[in-house]
Structure formats: structure tokens, C-alpha cells
Design a protein around this ligand. Sequence first.
Ligand code: 5GP
Length: 114
Amino acid sequence: MSETIFTKIIKREIPADILFEDDDILAFRDINPQAPTHVLIIPKAEIATVNDIQPDQAELVGRLILTAQLIARQEGIADDGYRLVVNCNQHGCQEVFHLHLHLIGGKQLRGMSK
Ligand code: 5GP
């Protein structure tokens, strides 16, 4: 897949407000937050969409969710609750073609739009 803006963030070629990093995962605040907490959790591996996840990446994908759990606690929103979203391709309104989990919370969210 071609390099996206998120690869530039991983390589520190552009700045981001990074909250978590390990060998495989990076989490940083969304530049256009939709709620008081809006964090993007990404694998460092260049996986374009949900459709491109391979079976041997199942553990990595699970760890993206565990990272969201950790950050939700750090942000103090775990008990009140939050939303995890992964957009895929055109109908899912995916804009950046590097797999990412949105962690959104810190206020009462509305029901999912259809
Ligand atoms: P998508 O629509 O692909 O699921 O979400 C992409 C997200 O990436 C959007 O919420 C958008 O605000 C965020 N985003 C796009 N470019 C940048 C950037 O350069 N830095 C950060 N931190 N977030 C970005």
C-alpha cells in the first residue's frame, strides 16, 4: 500500500500528540476531534483497510482494542463509556488508508447514524 499521513506520523516526519507507543502500535489525538477525547490507534504495519487484515494479524488487531481500553482509562472516560469505530472504504467514509481505531468519548454521544 502507498504511504499515508499516518506513516509520516510514525516516522515523526510530521508532529502529533502521541499518547502511547510500543513496537507495533501508535496512538495519537485526532487533529479534528469529534468529542473531548478523540484518539486514533494504529498499527505501525501498513494495513490499508479492515479488508486487508490477515489471519496472522489477529493478535495485533486485538491489541489495538486493548490499547484503546488503556487510553480510555488514562483519559478518565472508561467508566462513563466511549465508542470505538473503524471505518472501511467509501461507504464507511474512510479517509486515511492506514488501518485505525477511533476512540471517541468524554461526552454523551448520540446513537449511531444510519
Ligand atoms: P477516517 O475517516 O479515515 O476513519 O479517519 C481519519 C481521521 O484521521 C480523521 O478523523 C482525521 O481528522 C484524522 N487525521 C487526518 N489527518 C491527520 C493528521 O495529520 N494528524 C492527525 N492527528 N489526525 C489526522
